[in-house]
Design a protein around this ligand. Structure first.
Ligand code: NAD
Ligand code: WQD
Length: 339
């Protein structure tokens, strides 16, 4: 039977795809978002995809009174928490804003949940909580660490949940460590939508493909990897979204928490990504080799086995699917600027 779910950050990139997965799994979902990093038309697009009206609470996770009001107005069974700031470079420039949104926002949410008697939460963590390692793939028991304020906020979030879980057996947390999300929905109606010049590889390539940026800057081609460029574990956002539905199902069925990687278990290089995107959009995309980016690691990818054992989750979609759906989204979106 379906549950009633609060989806914070549900108008964002991963949140909007997860909205679709949760509705498809039979849940009743309310989106909470302040639209600081989402377009106003996302709910209308979600309605087109799902065929049902979309419930939205336009609110900020930093507003405790709004959270109390929203929890009083709906009787939620569980929460999926995406709302956060996510730009790694910016987090180092604006630590107070990142700590406030990502850490105080989580605390506010946990307080509102406790007061309303809601004890199940799925939390967006990240592979960025792993310390730098020579051992690949990264398994969930690998040492944790952080290299940016953003990473610290995710590590702090995990540690807060550990403390809270200890305090009362009713709490059950699904901590999902995403590797590198990529791709878009098959309909081309939702996808990743950065307002400025993208920080991440896939949205940057997408803007080159659509002609908004001249060429990809490849950040270093002298890493100790097969072609010298950085290697990451890219996971299709539709797979990632399904992982959240499985995490919720496990929390609800067992009342027991889990900490799992959501990745594919294999890495691709920057040049492999560029070649795959060129195939998807039908032309060779220009690139130039640029210096390494500060703080980047050569290569990492996740061990996907625990997610399969705990949740029955296995990524199903490949790199070509990530590129073709991204291209389907961005090429439709190109003529509709934000506003
Ligand atoms: P996103 O920016 O597209 O989505 C975040 C959403 O939260 C946006 O819709 C934004 O408007 C909303 N939001 C921000 N601050 C808010 C606030 N104070 N109150 C209410 N809503 C607020 O980002 P995303 O890529 O979809 O990431 C979702 C989550 O996954 C984040 O927690 C992020 O840290 C985490 N994550 C992302 C990646 C990635 O590479 N995209 C990787 C690992 C983890
Ligand atoms: C991927 C590869 C770059 C852009 C970041 C965060 C991480 C997580 C996901 C949230 C690297 C190369 C990139 C470009 C390039 N976020 N690159 N030219 O750095 O693995 O992870 O996003 O939790 O915390 O750190 O992702 O997409 O930025 O980079 O050559 O213009 O592409 O050097 O090898 P990253 P990314």
């Amino acid at each position: 039977m379906g549950s009633r779910i609060l989806l914070t950050g549900g108008a964002g990139y991963i949140g909007s795809h997860t909205y679709v997965a949760l509705v498809e799994a039979g849940h009743e979902v309310v989106i909470l978002d302040n639209f600081s990093n989402a377009r106003d038309d996302v709910p209308a697009r979600l309605e087109m995809i799902t065929g049902h009206p979309v419930a939205v609470e336009r609110a900020d996770v930093l507003d405790k009174a709004a959270l109390a009001r929203i929890f009083a107005a709906h009787r939620f069974d569980a929460v999926v928490h995406f709302a956060a700031l996510k730009a790694v470079g910016e987090s180092v420039q604006k630590p107070l804003e990142y700590i406030e949104t990502n850490v105080a926002g989580l605390l506010n949410l946990l307080g509102a949940m406790r007061d309303a008697g809601v004890f199940r939460l799925v939390f967006s963590s990240s592979a960025t909580v792993y310390a730098e390692s020579e051992v690949m793939p990264l398994a969930e028991d690998a040492p944790r660490g952080y290299a940016s304020t953003y990473a610290w906020t995710k590590l702090a979030g995990e540690q807060i949940l550990e403390q809270v879980a200890r305090s009362d057996a009713r709490w059950a947390f699904g901590v999902l460590r995403y590797f590198n999300p990529a791709g878009a929905h098959d309909t081309g109606l939702i996808g990743e939508d950065p307002q400025d010049i993208p920080n991440n590889l896939m949205p940057y390539i997408a803007k080159v493909a659509v002609g908004e940026l001249p060429a990809l800057n490849v950040f270093g081609n002298d890493y100790p990897t097969p072609d010298g460029t950085g290697v990451r574990d890219y996971i299709h956002v539709v797979d990632l979204a399904r992982g959240h539905a499985l995490s919720l199902a496990a929390l609800i069925a067992t009342g027991r928490g889990h900490v799992v990687n959501l990745g594919t278990g294999r890495g691709y290089s920057v040049m492999e990504m560029l070649a795959a995107y060129s195939r998807a959009c039908g032309r060779d995309l220009p690139h130039a080799v640029a210096p390494r980016r500060d703080g980047d690691l050569a290569a990492y990818w996740g061990d996907p086995r625990l997610a399969e054992a705990e949740l029955g989750f296995r990524a199903a979609r490949d790199l070509d699917d990530m590129c073709s759906t991204s291209w389907g989204w961005i090429s439709r979106r190109a003529n509709a600027p934000r506003g």
